[in-house]
Design a protein around this ligand. Structure first.
Ligand SMILES: Cc1cc2nc3c(=O)[nH]c(=O)nc-3n(C[C@H](O)[C@H](O)[C@H](O)COP(=O)(O)OP(=O)(O)OC[C@H]3O[C@@H](n4cnc5c(N)ncnc54)[C@H](O)[C@@H]3O)c2cc1C
Length: 565
C-alpha cells in the first residue's frame, strides 16, 4: 500500500511518522514543494529577531534523517499540481519535470498561503511574508546587513506582533498597522490595551482602525500609504494580514471545500475515497455555532496528522489502535510581547454576542503567585460562561507570569466540558513561588459559583456612562487610592468603614441603585454583601474594579469616561 503525503511540515510529517510507527510495511512518500521539511515555522520570528541564532535550529528534520529513522521517502522541491481521484494519481512538478505518481491513500496537508491584497505596490520588492525558512533567511539578511532602518508590519495578529517585536529587537524602527480597532483582534479590547502599551514600551508604534491602501516607491525604499492619507516610509514591509487554505489544486480535483477550506469528517476523510486532509487547509467546526472555518494553529495541525494516520492504518488492518475523532479546536493561542504574555482559548465577547448565547463575564486580576513571595505580578483575566448552566465558553489573560498555565488549565477544563464552578475542585499544584493555595483558576470557580447562585450580582465597565446617570457609584477603596483617580460623583467609603457609615450610603443613594467598585473587585464584593444583607435592594459589584475600568478606557470600550484626580 502506498501512501502519498502532500506537504511535509506539521500535519504531513506527523501523519507520515505516525503511519510508519503503526505500519512498518507501508510505502510512504512525502512530497514537499519547498526546500525543507519539518521546519519550525513558529520559530521564524525568533530567528529574525536573533534569539534563535542559527538557521540550523529551524530545521528540525532533514529528508536524510527521516529516511534513516522512519524509512520515509521525502522529496523536497516536489509540488503536487493536480490530482486524479479516479485513477488515484497525483501530478507532480519538480526540477526533473512532470511526473505522475500512483497512490492508494492520499493525505493532503498543504497548509495555507499568506494573503496578499490586490492593491497597488503590494508586489514591491520590499514587501515580504514571514511564512517559510527562505522568507526568514532573507528578512534577517536584510536586517543584519543594515539595509533595513525602518519597517512597517501590516497586520497585528499573533505572527504580526512577533515579527514586529523581532524587528524592533534588531534595532529597526517599526510601525504596526492594523485594520481592526485594536491589536490582536481576537482578544478582548481590555486585554489588547495592555499589549498595546507594552508594544509602545518596546518602542514599536501602532496604527489601528485603518487599512493600507497602496505601497509607493520612494527612492530605494517605499511609502506605505494608509487609507486616511498618512504615509509610512519603510525599507521593509511585512505582510501579516492572514492566510487562506492552499487548496486551489485540490478544489479543481473535486474535493469539497467550505470558504476555500477542505471539508473533512471526524477522521479527516474528504468527500473523495482514499483522500484525507488536515491542518491549516481544512475547515473545523466552531465549537459554539458549528460554522466551518479554518483554525491555522500548530497543535490542531499536528493532532490531525496523527489521527489521519490512525484511520489509514486501521483501515489497512495493520493496527488495533482505537478510533479517535477530530475534536473541534478551541483556538487556544499564546503570544509573548516584551515582558507580557497574552493567551486565549474559546470564544470572545464578539463571537458570543453574534451567537446569541446568554453568558456571564468575570474579570479578575489575581497575583500569579502568593503575594508574600517576592516577584508576584498580576494576571489580568477575562472568563465567559453560559448563564444557563455555567458551561465555560472562553477565557483570555495577559500578564508577566503564569498566564499560559492558567489559560491551558481553562482550555483543558473546556475540553472536558466543565462548568465554571467545577474549577473550584481542580487540584492544582501549589507552592509560594508558583501559585496560591487558591489558584487564580480556582478563584474563577469561586467567583463563577457566586455569580451563578446570585451571591454576587455584577455590573460592567461598559455600563459606566449609564450608571453615572442613574445610580450612586460607591468606591470602597482607601482614601489615598480614591485620590489617585475616581469616577465623577462617586462616594468614597473604604470597605472597612462601611458598616459604620451605612446611613451615608442611604442618603447619597436617595433610592437610586448602588453600584459598588474597588480596585479589582474583591473589596467591593465584601461591600456588596454587607449592603445586600443590610437590605439595600439594588446593589451590584463592578467586575474587575478600577483596573478593568482603566483597561476598558485604554481599549476604547468606554471612550467618554473621565477618571478625576
Ligand atoms: C511565522 C509563523 C509563526 C507561527 N507561530 C505559531 C505559534 O506560535 N503557535 C501555533 O499554534 N501556530 C503557529 N503558526 C501556525 C502553524 O505553523 C501552522 O498552523 C501549522 O504549521 C499548519 O500545519 P500544516 O501542516 O497544515 O501546514 P504547514 O506546516 O504550513 O505545511 C504545509 C506544507 O505544504 C507544502 N505544500 C503546499 N502545497 C503543496 C503542494 N501542492 N505540493 C507540495 N507541497 C505543498 C508547503 O510548502 C508547506 O511546507 C505559525 C506560523 C507561521 C508561519
Amino acid at each position: 500500500m502506498r501512501t502519498v503525503v502532500v506537504g511535509g511540515v506539521a500535519t504531513g510529517m506527523s501523519a507520515a511518522a505516525r503511519l510508519r510507527r503503526l505500519d512498518e510495511a507501508a510505502e510512504i512518500i512525502v512530497l514537499e514543494k519547498g526546500p525543507y521539511v519539518s521546519y519550525a515555522n513558529c520559530g521564524l520570528p525568533y530567528y529574525v529577531g536573533g534569539e534563535i541564532e542559527n538557521d540550523s535550529a529551524l530545521l528540525v528534520q532533514t529528508p536524510e534523517k527521516l529516511r534513516a529513522a522512519l524509512n520515509l521517502d521525502v522529496r523536497t522541491g516536489h509540488e503536487v499540481v493536480g490530482v486524479d481521484p479516479e485513477a488515484k494519481t497525483v501530478m507532480v512538478h519538480s526540477g526533473d519535470g512532470e511526473d505522475v505518481l500512483h497512490y492508494d491513500n492520499l493525505i493532503l496537508a498543504p497548509g495555507a498561503v499568506a494573503l496578499r491584497p490586490d492593491l497597488p505596490g503590494f508586489d514591491s520588492e520590499q514587501v515580504w511574508h514571514m511564512r517559510t525558512v527562505p522568507d526568514a533567511l532573507e528578512i534577517r539578511r536584510r536586517v543584519v546587513d543594515g539595509s533595513v532602518k525602518q519597517a512597517v508590519v501590516l497586520g497585528a495578529g499573533f505572527i504580526g506582533l512577533e515579527a514586529a517585536e523581532a524587528l524592533g529587537h534588531q534595532g529597526v524602527k517599526t510601525t504596526i498597522v492594523e485594520l481592526a480597532p485594536h491589536v490582536l483582534p481576537p482578544t478582548e479590547p481590555e486585554v489588547a490595551a495592555r499589549v498595546t502599551s507594552e508594544l509602545h514600551r518596546l518602542g514599536l508604534e501602532t496604527v489601528t482602525g485603518v487599512a493600507a491602501a497602496s505601497i509607493e516607491p520612494s527612492g530605494d525604499a517605499v511609502d506605505v500609504v494608509l487609507a486616511d492619507g498618512r504615509r509610512l516610509p519603510a525599507d521593509l514591509v511585512i505582510l501579516s494580514i492572514g492566510v487562506r487554505p492552499a487548496t486551489t489544486v485540490f478544489e479543481a480535483a473535486g474535493l469539497e471545500t467550505e470558504r476555500g477550506a477542505l471539508v473533512v469528517d471526524v477522521h479527516g476523510r474528504t468527500n473523495l475515497s482514499g483522500i484525507w486532509a488536515g491542518g491549516d487547509a481544512v475547515a473545523s467546526p466552531d465549537p459554539l455555532t458549528g460554522a466551518l472555518r479554518p483554525v491555522p494553529l500548530a497543535g490542531p495541525a499536528n493532532r490531525a496528522g496523527r489521527l489521519i494516520a490512525d484511520d489509514i492504518a486501521r483501515g489497512a488492518g495493520t493496527t488495533r489502535v482505537q478510533a479517535r475523532q477530530f475534536v473541534a479546536p478551541l483556538g487556544t493561542a499564546v503570544v509573548r510581547v516584551g515582558k507580557l504574555t497574552a493567551a486565549m482559548t474559546g470564544a470572545n465577547r464578539r463571537a458570543l454576542d453574534a451567537s446569541g448565547i446568554d453568558y456571564h463575564t468575570v474579570y479578575t486580576h489575581p497575583n500569579d503567585h502568593a503575594a508574600y513571595f517576592p516577584g508576584a505580578t498580576q494576571i489580568h483575566m477575562v472568563v465567559h460562561f453560559s448563564k444557563a448552566d455555567g458551561t465555560l465558553l472562553g477565557a483570555q489573560a495577559v500578564g508577566e507570569n503564569g498566564v499560559e498555565k492558567r489559560i491551558d488549565v481553562l482550555a483543558t477544563a473546556m475540553r472536558g466540558g466543565l462548568k465554571v464552578d467545577d474549577l473550584i475542585d481542580l487540584d492544582l499544584s501549589y507552592s509560594p513561588p508558583y501559585g496560591s493555595a487558591k489558584d487564580p483558576v480556582n478563584m474563577i470557580g469561586y467567583y463563577g459559583q457566586n455569580v451563578m447562585d446570585g451571591v454576587t450580582r455584577l455590573w460592567y465597565a461598559s455600563e459606566i456612562p449609564e450608571v453615572l446617570e442613574t445610580s450612586l457609584v460607591l468606591d470602597v477603596r482607601s482614601v489615598s487610592e480614591f485620590a489617585s483617580g475616581h469616577l465623577e460623583g462617586a462616594l468614597n467609603i473604604p470597605h472597612t468603614e462601611l458598616r459604620a457609615r451605612l446611613d451615608e450610603v442611604r442618603e447619597a443613594a436617595g433610592g437610586r441603585p448602588v453600584r459598588v467598585h474597588c480596585q479589582s473587585g474583591v473589596r467591593s464584593f465584601l461591600a456588596e454583601r454587607i449592603l445586600v444583607q443590610e437590605r439595600f435592594d439594588d446593589v451590584r459589584n463592578l467586575s474587575g474594579g478600577m483596573l478593568t475600568i482603566r483597561d476598558a478606557i485604554a481599549g476604547g470600550v468606554i471612550p467618554e469616561v473621565e477618571i478625576i484626580k
